[in-house]
Write a new protein. Structure first.
Lengths: 415, 305
């Protein structure tokens, strides 16, 4: 056991002292902290215009600017320009004398755009550059339609306000959620699942590389004669895993703290990412860490089967494909937590760590199911760890062509 | 302590490479494992170190089954290997700790051995930045740092210059004086001759010669004489021996400076001396032949080919 901790410490320090580890962690944390502080910085240094705040508070305002728009009316008798003006929310409508003046001012930028109103139901839109996200024309059309309706209903002796009340009754609604609010949980579940995916792929490769390089630089022969292989592989995998957890934890912590400090400036708008319930975090930690270890052991064993670090990516491909499929199932499961595929996946150790977490976070699962899945996962992680140490021991002095995982298990069975 | 290697067999993917290797070593003595490249020296050592499992045979220490992890062993593998990208001191302390030293002891021993081997100044350097010879010395420091009872060195002198070889020789002699049990393999006979009381000569997976080196030499020198004469070239001497003395001796080997001959049955040294005096040869050298290990090696391995 003592040896295990010695290996663990050595491997962990190997990661923690690694410059690229330190720098990448720092950069991610820094970006996160700075990014989350932007509204606060903005409020502190650019708070002179109170309008800024109103823009932030109501995103609708951002689309409906307050610029000037020009117009000319060709049929002044038929078109009720006042109704159009009051119902146009795109900005201020200013009359131009001639079509030439209108076009000139649009071109010079005095007007954001211009409208040549030919009849109550016909107009020409004059704009400098037609952009994808142009809401002006839509707003103008709405105004035109409304003015038309007011006029036509008036002609028939019906008050438009009354009609509007009939057509668009104001309906009050509330949602009472008895289970999970999947819509609300979606984003943080997404972030956590994606983070887990990323950490496993990244550190899995690193662990495999570290094992294979010990083999290729022949340090393994000295190591294997110094201590038990279980100490070596468990120490190595847990050391690497711990480094990943520390990095992931630091990033999450930085994000959490930075958001907490800046929550007021964000008007709590990012609560849906950062306000993760404790129970979800707990499930994520337990399942995530076990799943992470499960895959780390597999990657460690893969590293022992090749002789050169260059061969790892080829050897790891089948495992990576399985892992990506697991990720896809979990991602798709987030849309429908009751799907059979997700339910099955939440008990298979290869996928349960992610699938079960998605179900806990976004759907409803009985505690019994969670415990069963956790039991299966914990047991198989232990077994895969022992298997990995056997493979590691066997692969120690086998140089030459990479051994396939299938063959390795065959060789071990025949012994 | 007495280490007994008994009747080891080993096959790799169906091909048998060791066909019953046996030898013994005791504390305070060094055993030299000799053999040509690919003879099976390293495989034997790896079986002793429990890196490979033998198909048959056993290894006993004082009569009990030998488990390398229960003893402090200084093992220098043939394929040297440490972490190229880690600091010298970090990895040596780590390996020392793995072998049961406390972190303080490991550090002290590391510094002692690095100093002893003259590579102390590189302790904070990454291993890969050192020259090959210095890396080799770091590897040696790693081998000795846990005060091993048993020392197994696979080709320890390869890659060392004469000065460094001398440092290692001194260390090995000291280890032998300190009653350590030492096995070392080499194809460099002069080193084996220098340290090893016992040898085991392995050829193609078989022990073809084993025992005390002095006895072996005596046995190989028995009834053999080294002879040279003043004013006669070796070839002339050879001709005389072939024509005049072929009833007393036969020529075993023609060397640069002398002739090695073996007395035929029923003849003594004095018979030969008398015959030489009768021939009136001006003898320069007339001595009992003491073969070098290299001679024995070439003869023994050559015979089998």
């Amino acid at each position: 056991m003592k040896d295990f901790f010695i290996v663990l410490k050595f491997e962990l320090m190997g990661f923690l002292k690694n410059k690229s580890f330190i720098i990448s962690t720092l950069i991610i944390c820094l970006l996160l902290a700075v990014g989350l502080s932007i509204p606060t910085i903005k409020d502190t240094f650019f708070s002179s215009s109170s309008e800024d705040k109103s823009i932030l508070e109501d995103p609708a305002d951002e689309a409906y600017g307050d610029g000037k728009y020009g117009y000319i009316v060709e049929d002044k008798d038929a078109v009720n320009i006042e109704d159009i003006k009051t119902n146009f929310f795109g900005g201020q409508l200013v009359e131009a004398d001639t079509i030439e003046e209108l076009e000139k001012k649009v071109k010079s930028g005095d007007f954001k755009a211009g409208f040549r109103i030919q009849s109550p139901v016909k107009y020409e839109y004059i704009v400098e550059n037609n952009e994808m996200m142009d809401f002006n024309e839509g707003a103008f059309q709405d105004a035109l339609v409304k003015a038309y309706r007011i006029k036509e209903f008036g002609n028939r002796g019906i008050g438009y306000d009354e009609v509007e009340k009939l057509i668009n009754p104001s309906i009050e609604s509330q949602t009472k959620i008895l289970g999970k609010d999947s819509a609300k949980n979606y984003l943080y579940t997404y972030v956590l699942v994606f983070g887990l995916y990323f950490v496993i792929i990244l550190y899995g490769q690193l662990i495999a590389t570290s094992v294979a390089s010990e083999k290729s630089n022949r340090a393994m022969e000295v190591l294997v004669t110094s201590t038990k292989t279980t100490n070596l592989i468990f120490g190595k995998v847990l050391g690497g895993a711990l480094a990943g957890i520390i990095q992931f934890g630091l990033v999450m912590l930085t994000g959490g703290i930075a958001y907490k400090l800046n929550a007021a400036a964000w008007n709590n708008k990012l609560d849906f990412i950062f306000k993760i319930p404790g129970s979800v975090l707990l499930t994520f930690s337990i399942f995530g860490i076990l799943g992470y270890l499960f895959y780390s052991f597999i990657f460690g064993a893969l590293g022992a089967l090749v002789s050169r670090t260059e061969d790892i990516s080829a050897s790891a491909t089948p495992v990576t494909i399985v892992f990506v499929i697991v990720f896809m199932i979990s991602m798709m499961g987030m849309q429908n937590t009751e799907s059979v595929v997700l339910k099955v996946a939440s008990f298979i150790p290869l996928s349960s760590f992610m699938a079960m977490f998605v179900r806990v976070s976004m759907g409803s699962v009985s505690t019994f199911e969670i415990l069963v899945s956790l039991g299966i996962l914990a047991l198989s992680t232990g077994l895969i760890g022992l298997l990995a140490s056997k493979i590691y021991r066997m692969g120690t002095l086998m140089y030459g062509n990479p051994i396939k995982l299938k063959n390795a298990i065959k060789i071990m069975r025949s012994k | 302590m007495k280490l007994e290697v008994k009747d080891l067999y080993k096959s790799f993917s169906g091909k048998e490479v060791l066909h019953g290797i046996s030898f013994n070593v005791e504390s305070g003595k060094a055993l030299g494992l000799l053999g040509r490249n690919g003879a099976g020296k390293t495989t034997t050592i790896r079986i002793i170190m429990n890196l490979f499992e033998a198909n048959k045979g056993e290894i006993l220490l004082d009569g009990k089954k030998f488990n390398p992890r229960e003893h402090q062993i200084g093992y220098l593998p043939e394929e040297r290997g440490l972490y190229p990208k880690k600091k010298v001191i970090d990895q040596l302390v780590y390996l020392g700790q793995l072998r049961g030293l406390t972190s303080k002891q490991a550090k002290e021993n590391t510094l002692y051995w690095l100093k002893r081997l003259g590579v102390e100044e590189y302790k904070d350097k990454k291993l890969e930045t050192l020259s090959k010879g210095n890396q080799q010395k770091v590897q040696l420091a790693e081998t000795f740092l846990c005060n091993p009872e048993i020392i197994i060195l696979d080709e320890p002198f390869s890659g060392l210059d004469p000065v460094n070889s001398q440092i290692l020789k001194d260390i090995i002699n000291e280890l032998i004086d300190n009653e350590k049990l030492l096995i070392f393999s080499s194809h460099q006979m002069n080193y084996i001759e220098e340290f090893c009381e016992e040898i085991a000569l392995i050829d193609k997976g078989d022990v073809v010669l084993t025992g005390n080196l002095g006895d072996i030499k005596r046995q190989y020198g028995m009834n053999r004489l080294a002879i040279s004469a003043v004013d006669l070239s070796i070839n002339q001497l050879e001709n005389i021996f072939n024509s005049e003395l072929n009833n007393i001796v036969k020529i075993i080997e023609i060397r640069k400076n002398d002739l090695i001959v073996e007395l035929l049955q029923g003849n003594s040294k004095n018979d030969l001396l008398k015959a030489i005096i009768d021939l009136d040869l001006d003898i320069e050298e007339f001595s009992i032949y003491k073969p070098s290990l290299a001679d024995i090696f070439v003869q023994k391995v050559g015979e089998d080919q």
